[in-house]
Design a protein around this ligand. Structure first.
Ligand SMILES: [Fe+2]
Length: 280
């Protein structure tokens, strides 16, 4: 018996997990229940977490070594944690396009944990999409076409990650890219998913960008159909943990100056990513 209470938030994916403080020592039964919820729901939300940066890192390490972002500086004293900062008056926040994290790496992260520090009174929600469902909904003909196809995922320059944000800083890093299968088999569940990354996938391997564009564009649009998604409203203290191997996410930038109580509020998150493996 773990004592946790898992409450789904949509038909496609996402669940709130109540009854646990992640900073406490967690026994194996509780860790197993959290892991099960993570695999079943793809993104899990733990409300009202009182977590220090060290406790956040300790919890992340129960799932694997911490992945260090090659392009963006970590926090002072905690290089494993990125402070995702959108200052008052900035029009966008980090990650406001559909994407998966670190897809340009040979081994993209297994998952990401975001711990909300300061959140506007409303707005700046985040959406996720379930790439298992996106795969399942394809026709048998298109599934066969995509089987064996690979795609190039490119990082772009380091400045892409923070140049718009006063509160963030890039590292001097080379652009990088990786080639991944378009259909990925999840290493833990054994299920297939449509492994596309709308913001970082540039072309199919062995084809030009121009040749790739029509089918790639179709897959991008297909992967974010509303019925495959969930949308979460943040509160300070919530920690979200998502499976980066079978989801994309979009941190919505709805900062319109016509709503000053939102526009003039900061949004600050602490982000840790856990190392993953080579997609197959
Ligand atoms: Fe992201």
């Amino acid at each position: 018996m773990s004592g946790i209470d898992v409450r789904p938030i949509s038909g496609a994916l996402g669940a709130e997990v109540h009854g646990v403080q992640l900073g406490d020592p967690l026994d194996n039964a509780t860790m197993d229940a959290i892991h099960r919820a993570f695999l079943d729901h793809l993104v899990v939300f733990f409300p009202e977490q009182r977590l220090t940066p060290d406790q956040h890192k300790n919890f992340a390490r129960r799932f694997g070594p911490i992945y260090i972002h090659p392009m963006v500086e970590g926090m002072e004293g905690h290089p494993e944690i990125i402070r995702v900062v959108r200052e008052p008056g900035e029009r966008t926040n980090w990650g406001s396009k559909w994407h998966m994290d670190g897809g340009f790496a040979e081994k993209p992260p297994l998952g990401t944990m975001l711990h909300a520090q300061q959140i506007p009174p409303y707005g700046s929600d985040t959406m996720w999409t379930n790439l298992y469902l996106a795969y399942d909904a394809l026709s048998d003909g298109l599934k066969r076409t995509l089987e064996g196809l690979k795609a190039v995922h490119a990082s772009g320059a380091a400045a892409r990650y923070e140049s718009k944000y006063k509160g963030m800083k890039s590292k001097a890093a080379e652009a990088s890219q990786a080639i991944h299968p378009v259909i990925r088999t999840h290493p833990e569940t054994g299920r297939k998913c449509l492994f596309v990354n709308n913001d970082f996938m540039v072309r199919f391997d062995g084809m030009t960008e121009e040749e790739s564009r029509p089918l790639m564009h179709y897959l991008f649009e297909h992967s974010i159909r509303p019925e495959f998604t969930c949308r979460f409203r943040w509160k300070a203290g919530t920690l979200a943990f998502w499976d980066n191997r079978c989801t994309q996410h979009n941190a919505i930038s709805d900062y319109f100056p016509s709503r000053p109580e939102l526009f003039d509020s900061p949004r600050i998150m602490h982000r840790i990513t856990v190392e993953g493996d080579r997609p197959v």
